[in-house]
Design a binder for this molecule. Structure first.
Ligand code: NDP
Length: 402
């Protein structure tokens, strides 16, 4: 019997609350807190379970967080607010002696850069306090790390290459909208691309490298090489891995709009003066765009996210493709959220379940691939993200780019 505090009542927070509520034996009491308490109340009302309590909190403010955590006394905090709040929530967990989980690594507000160094720096403090912090328990990062750990455990002696393929084949009918927080999304895709090769990071221009891949149940889509945070921890934790790349699909309309935003500086995070006020162009753009939380009822189609992994077993070459396909409309039916929030929120619930059941619990700060993948993989099948694990002869380098 365990009480959890979920922080963040956006698309992902909604899914986590729904999924935790479905498992009363694991999550006996659920608190949902966010900056806007009405959003928490709305979700609690929809779920209609009086075990869900709500609260208002500014997660940028450590004393406020500490007071709330002391009042609620949860076993752990599930952080599904924004990456900007990771460190303040980790600080509050340390101060109150509570375990921590998130789905995205810390990003400073004034610098479009995500790296694990800030959160890995908490290792000694979490260890000394006897507390567990699980980082990146979403889909990517998250499930993709677990797929890689599972492949290493069951199929390989040595992993040589990992290609992570993220396809959102959903259509929401808008000319331009992002499937999760627009600010985070646009910061991610307009940054330089980067991949890992032979112990080094190779930088590319944004969207410089592309391939066309035929995704099961979605069809052929153009995917672009991006930097993505799970590669940083996998490069550290998968022994001897030679190359790692991350690919994400984008439609023509999305790319056309993004190009215009870039050309006129609407994606900038540098504040400008406008009518006597300082505004950040990207935050202004966010205010104009559809709220990702409203995309749910409009989105049709599927996501397909997975890893193509190559290496050797007993000296022989092995190539596997492990992936999940998720249907936007089914996600909406179950949780009132579209597939991108669902594929993030379900692994966050499962990560929390692993910690509360003591299967993934040891003092310190950990990434997903550092724990036994098997119980997590079982729960993916059980709680809405079934996966396929097949032999695969696809060579991403030989795929066409046009
Ligand atoms: P949303 O923008 O929909 O929701 C974020 C929520 O956090 C909002 O409810 C917002 O509150 C709340 N929030 C923001 N700032 C504060 C604050 N200072 N104090 C309290 N609450 C705050 O984002 P998503 O739900 O789409 O994403 C949530 C997280 O999941 C993000 O970190 C995102 O990067 C991550 N993610 C991870 C993925 C993965 O696969 N690993 C994929 C997709 C997302 P309010 O509405 O009141 O402003």
């Amino acid at each position: 019997m365990s009480r959890v505090l979920i922080i963040g009542a956006g698309g992902v927070g909604r899914v986590v609350a729904h999924k935790c509520a479905q498992l009363p034996k694991v999550f006996s009491d659920i608190w949902l807190a966010s900056r806007t308490v009405e959003k928490c109340e709305q979700i609690a009302k929809e779920i209609g379970d009086n075990r869900i309590k709500t609260a208002q909190v500014d997660a940028d403010n450590v004393p406020e967080l500490v007071a709330l955590i002391r009042q609620i006394a949860p076993e752990m905090v599930i952080n599904v607010a924004l990456p900007y709040q990771d460190l303040t929530i980790m600080d509050a967990c340390l101060e109150t002696g509570v375990d921590y989980l998130d789905t995205a690594n810390y990003e400073p507000l004034d610098e479009a850069k995500f790296e694990y160094k800030w959160q890995w720096a908490y290792q000694d403090r979490f260890k000394a306090a006897g507390l567990t912090a699980l980082l990146g328990s979403g889909f990517d990062p998250g499930v993709t790390n677990v797929f890689t750990a599972y492949a290493l455990k069951h199929h390989f002696d040595q992993i040589d290459t990992v290609d992570i393929l993220d396809c959102n084949g959903g259509d929401h009918g808008y000319a331009f909208a992002t499937n999760f927080n627009p600010e985070i999304n646009i910061r991610e895709v307009t940054a330089n691309g980067r991949y890992y090769e032979n112990g080094q990071w190779v930088e590319t221009k944004p969207m410089e490298i592309s391939r066309i891949f035929d995704f099961a149940e979605v069809g052929p889509r153009k995917m672009f090489l991006l930097y993505h945070e799970e590669m940083e921890s996998l490069a550290k934790h998968i022994p001897g891995v030679k190359r790692m790349r991350f690919w994400m699909t984008f439609g023509d309309s999305y790319l056309k709009h993004l190009e215009v935003f870039r050309n006129i500086g609407l994606d900038s995070i540098e504040p400008i003066k406008f009518q006597g006020q300082q505004i950040v162009p990207l935050q202004f753009l966010k205010a104009l765009l559809p709220d990702p939380a409203t995309l749910g009822p409009r989105t049709k189609g599927k996501t397909n996210i997975g890893c193509i992994i190559k290496g050797t077993k007993a000296g022989k070459p092995v190539s596997r493709y492990i992936y999940n396909i998720c249907d936007h409309e089914s996600c909406y039916k179950e949780t009132g959220a579209q597939g991108v929030s669902f594929t993030t929120g379900v692994p966050a619930m499962i990560g929390a379940k692993m910690m509360l059941e003591g299967k993934w619990k040891k003092p310190g700060v950990w990434n997903m691939e550092q724990f036994d993948p098997d119980p997590f993989m079982d729960d993916l099948n059980r709680y809405g993200l079934p996966w396929h694990d097949i032999e695969c002869d696809i060579d991403v380098d030989r795929l066409p780019s046009e």
